[in-house]
Write a protein that binds this ligand. Sequence first.
Ligand code: ZN
Length: 196
Amino acid sequence: MSPDDVLRRFTELGALLEGHFRLTSGLHSPTYLQCALVLQHPREAEALGRLLGAAVAGRLAGAAPTVVLSPAIGGLIIGHEVARALGVRAIFAERADGVLTLRRGFDLAADDRVVIIEDVMTTGGSTRETIEVARAKGATVVAAGTVINRSGSPNPVDVPFVALAAITPPTYAPEACPLCEQGIPVTKPGSRAEAK
Ligand code: ZN
């Protein structure tokens, strides 16, 4: 499946929309991406996990990974599917008092070789934070991967990195939005017909 095929599937499943959207951040954009709308379908999630797992495996030098670590919530499903493809366990980090951390008895050992998996890389910030969670346990991060890279950088982290597709949609402050200027109604994805 090529990057174009991945994006076409996202479009078919309504997870990649073109129009005029008010994003959660408050910014406006002609593009809306919601990976969960693809991953809600177990077969799609499994197929993407297999693709991403193979892409990660192709970037690894040396020993095989021992564990997939994902940031909650976005990375949970795809992390689990990549772990299934790689034949390793899947754990996740979540926020406690604002700090990303391992809970629920999840742990990493110094000899763990960790793959970090996310659904969408927006800035790279949450992947970098997850990498630090693993390193703080003394484990080695051997690669990172995401389904969609929208960071605008081919690799925003300091480990080998793979993405199944990349998009870099523009975003605008509402007061400087060319789509608003053209009088195109803005919608908030996920809520029906919230136009103004
Ligand atoms: Zn606008």
